[in-house]
Design a protein around this ligand. Structure first.
Ligand code: FES
Ligand code: FES
Length: 301
């Protein structure tokens, strides 16, 4: 019996009983997949199976039928460029025998946990052995890739400092965690201590400026979350509430809400999906035109 699956985007077939490592390396020519121990101990044969790192020496082709395999040869086309670049920049290799599988495992880690601490990187790469002992440089490379590609980096690329989180007036707390949810205190569009605008949308503040205000307030909420959750990679968005002060005939609520939502999704990616309300109110602190509240949950990682 034969089965079919994809390898780096190409459909392939194999006998169900063929060892997957032989299909990949010997028959398909993916020489990044290396057989060393053959018993699932060294990690040199690591590939991604539907995004999860697995030892291909332990699997038969029939067990991956209908699924997607990515080897180091296909990593760049599957979002792995940041990891590969970081390994090169940190010279995180000597003989390079272990490195293709190491980059595959590192990419899987950063996909699941975009900004892992050092302990988490050590733990997740413990199953990938390097006989040349380049682990310190590998560790540095993975952390550099995380800084470059994680959600905090995405927030920074969009012009917002993830470490800068304006605090609410005492005695309110910036973030309170309860029943598995992180409730971020309402954020107004402060940047470097000043509001981007004040007044009523549709009278004193035009729609484009109001959208920028919503984005800035949301960025401040994400920064609070980053600081208090130990990294944006550890959370997923749940609920966004946008309060705005509009003129009596103002009807652009959805556009302003969308500006806030778009930033959350741009930063958190698939973990940024959320429900949202936009609420018109008579006034907000410091005559801000907009205030944003964000609720998030800790991710299972
Ligand atoms: S060859 Fe597969 S884990 Fe060592
Ligand atoms: S660089 Fe030689 S085995 Fe890792």
């Amino acid at each position: 019996m034969t089965c079919a699956f994809t390898v780096n985007g190409a459909r392939v077939t194999a006998a169900e009983g063929e060892p997957l490592i032989h299909t990949l390396r010997d028959r398909l020519g993916h020489h990044s997949v290396r057989e060393t121990c053959g018993i699932g101990v060294c990690g040199s044969c690591t590939v991604l199976l539907d995004g999860r790192p697995v030892s291909s020496c332990l699997l038969l082709a029939g067990l991956v039928a209908g699924q997607e395999i990515v080897t180091a040869e296909g990593l760049a086309d599957h979002g792995g460029v940041a990891v590969q670049d970081a390994f090169v920049e940190h010279e995180a290799f000597q003989c390079s025998y272990c490195i293709p599988a190491m980059t595959v495992a590192a990419h899987a880690l950063l996909t699941a946990i975009p900004d892992p601490d050092e302990e988490t990187v050590r733990e997740h790469l413990a199953g990938n052995l390097c006989r040349c002992g380049t682990h310190p440089r590998i560790l540095a490379a993975v952390q550099a890739a995380a800084r470059r590609s994680g959600p905090a980096a995405a927030l920074a690329r969009l012009g917002h400092d993830p470490e800068h989180a304006p605090s609410p007036s005492a005695p309110a707390r910036p973030v309170v965690e309860a029943a598995g949810l992180l409730h971020v205190a309402g954020q107004i569009p402060l940047r470097d201590g000043d509001l981007l605008a004040t007044g009523v949308i549709g009278a004193d503040v035009d729609l484009a400026t109001a959208r920028r205000c919503a984005e800035q307030a949301t960025a401040n909420a994400l920064a609070q979350l980053h600081v208090h959750a130990g990294g944006l990679g550890r959370v997923r968005a749940v609920r966004l509430t946008v309060y705005l002060v509009g003129a009596p005939d103002f009807s652009g609520h959805a556009e302003i809400g969308a500006a806030a939502s778009e930033l959350v999704i741009a930063v958190l990616g698939e973990h940024g999906q959320h429900s949202r309300s936009v609420v018109g109110v008579a006034g907000l602190p410091r005559r801000s035109p907009v205030e944003v509240e964000l609720v998030a949950a800790r991710r299972e990682v």
